[in-house]
Design a protein around this ligand. Structure first.
Ligand code: KIV
Ligand code: ZN
Length: 534
């Protein structure tokens, strides 16, 4: 079906292109690799972080918050390497108020063409009393000290008042004024606990900007969590009140209920430019690709009805809607799928497709693979095409995403045979390669999945608990690939991984092994100790 762009969207885009005044430009600050990665189960490997950062850099994100350098060697290395590689974006690292945090962050962003230190401290009564165990006067002193120290490393310093929306207005204004005086160029006032409502957040920015005498010397920034489902609405309210930076994540991943979703604010400003007359530099046609990449890297599935990037976001099921769409797409579409990079699924690949066509298809889908990764992906594509009559784009995406996610895995599935049926017990025989050495095990279980997982547990003993086991079909039909998500947790650390295969049990084994591999990476990473008064 061909779709036509809605008049509204076209008019708004034209308006946005015509009158793009600098004062209306909103900086897009992506924190997928910091606040997003911080959420339980969303761990990414070093290479996955590099890949996500490269895509964000290409798609026009202004600032990439690449990590929290003091948190671990891994975080430091990721920020440092992303800072070395980035071509366009400002690369930012997070630091608490302590000297060690700031120095480590300064080191990590050093190679960046443009580097930023984002330093924060809590300013709300509840956080100061219980978390920091500090008097407001001490916190105020630390605001000045942290910004001053950060300025030794870069001119681009952002200061955040953690739990800003529950901070007393007088104290907030004093801290903001002091931070700007000490050299902060961006002031971020987060709704850390996702408690605010749009009118209130609007009022907060209006008041702070009005009352702080040097407020015109800094850019104001919004940072919202989605605990009450209002992160996007709150962020846009802050922008209407004069903030010109939005902190957000791809797919809205983040602590607890997540952060403001990047794709939603970008498209809201574009599609409703009549009501939100602001613009940003993000190439919206890369949004779908970014969503898929982050979902694959974190193994967090994107909810089907997620705005902009959910698989149902442009699907029309009911007869009345389909009829309307056939007559004119404007009846039920406020933006075209193409405007956010959704490609119509195509059925062009099969067992006769060669390497050239495969590489071309990968490029079309936005992947850049080379060397062994490309060879492995091609071999797996051929194997899939032998077993599955029609290979859809979604199949290739699932296959490549898995290839990227498992490239560095220490434990890999070699083979699996399962005997299942009405007469139990079900029995599985599995071969695994662990650091290159092949192991074999045979186990029974209460069902074929249980037997499969028991084999893994027998070969790799561990205490992790299975928190989630979810199966869905990548495409339609009985020969569709199954995509399995598994979430494991151990000592309060959770990881999620996915596996895809036409055989649901093989997909299950791959997902479980993927999660175990991630857990190994996570075991090597600690958490920074909580900062309290000395
Ligand atoms: O939510 C929050 O307050 C944060 C700060 C560190 C900016 O993520
Ligand atoms: Zn946050």
């Amino acid at each position: 079906m061909t779709t036509v762009r809605s008049d509204n969207a076209r008019a708004n885009d034209a308006r946005a292109n015509d009158v793009r005044a600098d004062k209306d430009r909103v900086i897009i600050f992506d924190t997928t690799l910091r606040d997003g990665e911080q959420s339980p189960g969303a761990t990414m490997t070093h290479d996955e972080k590099l890949e996500v950062a490269e895509l964000l850099d290409d798609m026009g994100v202004d600032v990439i918050e690449a990590g929290f350098p003091i948190a671990s060697e891994g975080d430091f290395a990721a920020v440092h390497e992303i800072a070395t590689r980035a071509k366009n974006s400002v690369i930012c690292g997070l630091a608490r108020a302590g000297q060690k945090d700031i120095d480590r962050c300064g080191e990590a962003i050093k190679p960046a063409r443009r580097g930023r230190i984002h330093t924060f401290i809590s300013t709300s009564p509840v956080h100061m009393k219980w978390k920091l165990q500090m008097e407001p006067a001490k916190v105020y002193e630390m605001v000045i000290a942290q910004v001053t120290r950060a300025r030794n490393y870069t001119d681009d310093v952002e200061w955040s008042s953690e739990d800003g929306t529950r901070t007393e207005m007088d104290f907030l204004c004093r801290c903001v004024e002091a931070a700007i005086k000490a050299g902060a160029t961006t002031i971020n006032i987060p709704d850390t606990v996702g408690y605010s409502v749009p009118e209130e957040y609007f009022e907060l920015f209006r008041t702070v900007r009005e009352r702080v005498p040097n407020s015109d010397k800094a850019r104001f920034s919004v940072h919202c969590h989605d605990d009450l489902g209002m992160a996007v609405a709150n962020s846009l309210a802050g922008v209407r009140a004069g903030a010109r930076q939005i902190e957000c994540t791809i797919n809205g991943i983040g602590e607890r209920a997540g952060n403001t979703a990047l794709e939603e604010v970008v498209m809201a400003m574009r599609v409703r430019n009549d009501k939100l007359p602001f613009w940003n530099g993000v190439d919206a046609t890369m949004l779908t690709r970014a969503s898929k990449l982050v979902s694959a890297a974190t193994s967090f599935p994107v909810q089907y009805n997620k705005a902009i990037v959910g698989r149902n976001a442009f699907a029309h099921e009911s007869g009345i809607h389909q009829d309307g769409m056939l007559k004119n797409a404007q009846t039920y579409e406020i933006m075209t799928p193409e405007s956010v990079g959704v490609k119509q699924t195509s059925l062009v690949m099969g067992k006769h497709s060669g390497r050239h066509a495969f590489i071309h298809k990968l490029e079309d889908l936005g992947y850049k693979l080379a060397g062994n990764q490309l060879e492995d992906a091609f071999t797996r594509f051929k194997a899939l095409a032998d077993r599955k009559k029609h290979v859809y784009d979604e199949d290739i995406e699932a296959l490549v995403d898995e290839e990227i996610a498992t490239a560095q895995d220490r434990m890999k599935l070699v083979s699996l045979t399962v005997i299942a049926g009405t007469h139990g017990p079900q029995r599985a025989t599995m071969k695994l390669a662990v650091d290159g050495a092949v192991m074999i095990e045979e186990c029974e279980g209460n069902g074929p999945v249980d037997a499969t997982f028991n084999c893994i547990k027998a070969m790799i003993p561990h205490e992790a608990t299975l928190e989630l086991y979810q199966v869905h079909a990548v495409t339609e039909g009985t020969d569709a690939q199954a995509e399995v998500s598994v979430r494991l947790s151990e000592n309060g650390k959770a990881v999620t991984a996915r596996g895809a295969d036409p055989d649901t049990l093989v997909a299950s084994a791959k997902a479980y092994l993927g999660a175990l591999n991630k857990l190994m990476v996570k075991r090597q990473r600690g958490k920074p100790e909580a900062m309290v008064a000395p």
